[in-house]
Design a protein around this ligand. Structure first.
Ligand code: ZN
Length: 318
């Protein structure tokens, strides 16, 4: 008699748990899981920032790359892999520097996740080696596609739209909120695009020089800029040959180029050398691979970084 009384609640609990399990699994693809919110995980900064703009605190957002870390040598920790597995939406670049993501996704049950690859959202172009640039010891065959797709505001808009559509599909209850935020941001990206265009159209100079890597292929193409740089976009090199330095110094002198650029989180050594030798001013053009810890904590956005880029570009094209 006593036994039956105790056994029955046990069955009940077991039954309820298994029901809850079912509901959770189904919910993963249709609505929220973690404290009633979708979980979005981004490998790098820009999609993280865009998701924050679209969804605010209505989703859980996580950037895998720690602030200030070098994105090209990032390797995920076991905890990162669990974080990806538990996400509703996982966003990565899909290029050379996050091949690890493709490997992980291959070995994972991704049936309940939405996966966005930035390089599948936009039209990609091959990484370019221009005159004077250090070539890398290429281990793998053929040229790689340039993965810095977000550096052009038009591409940024495509990425923002793709993230918005994905969130709206998974979380219909908040879709009006997401779409409104996206529309506002798209208007800002349009203004940004127009401001770059008017800066470039308003000056004769169309050449920019980088004493650094050059992750701005999409940006330069968008505005008809030509460029010279020490290294291609994803180079891991930081030392360059005397020949490269001499070539860039000659260019700066010959065209009286007023500004030499470096990129974020750089040691700035080559830009320093070029600036010292030629008297050109050294300025940052931020490619938004990643941001410093201080900027991350302040919540600095892609748009703010690009607006400062517009100021610096204007000076460089004078
Ligand atoms: Zn890169």
């Amino acid at each position: 008699m006593m036994k039956r009384i105790f056994i029955f609640p046990f069955y009940c609990i077991f039954f309820l748990l298994s029901l809850a399990g079912c509901t959770n699994k189904n919910a993963a693809s249709s609505s929220a899981l973690n404290n009633g919110k979708l979980t979005v995980v981004s490998s790098i900064f820009v999609p993280y920032d865009f998701t924050r703009v679209i969804a605010g605190d209505r989703v859980n957002i996580k950037m895998l790359l720690p602030p200030a870390a070098e994105s090209h040598s990032f390797e995920p920790t076991p905890q990162d892999i669990i974080t990806i597995q538990n996400s509703d939406v996982f966003i990565y670049v899909g290029g050379e520097s996050d091949r690890w993501a493709a490997r992980i996704l291959d070995s994972m049950d991704t049936s309940k996740m939405r996966i966005l690859s930035l390089m599948e959202i936009v039209d990609v172009v091959e990484e370019e080696i221009v005159e004077g640039m250090e070539e890398e010891d290429e281990e793998d065959e053929g040229p790689a596609y340039d993965e810095h797709v977000w550096t052009s505001p038009k591409n940024a808009a495509l990425i923002l739209r793709a993230i918005t559509e994905t969130l709206c599909k998974l979380d219909d209850a908040n879709s009006a909120f997401y779409r409104q935020n996206a529309e506002n941001y798209l208007a800002s990206l349009d203004e940004l695009d127009a401001s770059f265009r008017s800066i470039v159209n308003g000056t004769k100079r169309k050449t920019i020089i980088f004493g650094d890597r050059f992750p701005f292929r999409y940006f330069a193409d968008a505005y008809g800029l030509s460029y010279f740089a020490a290294f291609p976009g994803c180079s891991t090199e930081t030392e360059c040959s005397a020949g490269t330095v001499a070539f860039l110094i000659d260019k700066i002198r010959a065209e009286k180029i007023p500004v030499v650029f470096f990129i974020e989180l750089s040691n700035e050594k080559i830009a320093d050398t070029l600036a010292d030798e030629t008297g050109a001013k050294k300025l940052l053009l931020h490619s938004a691979h990643n941001i410093s810890k201080r900027d991350f904590d302040k919540g600095v956005s892609y748009l703010e970084l690009m607006k400062q880029n517009a100021v610096n570009l204007k000076e460089a094209l004078q």
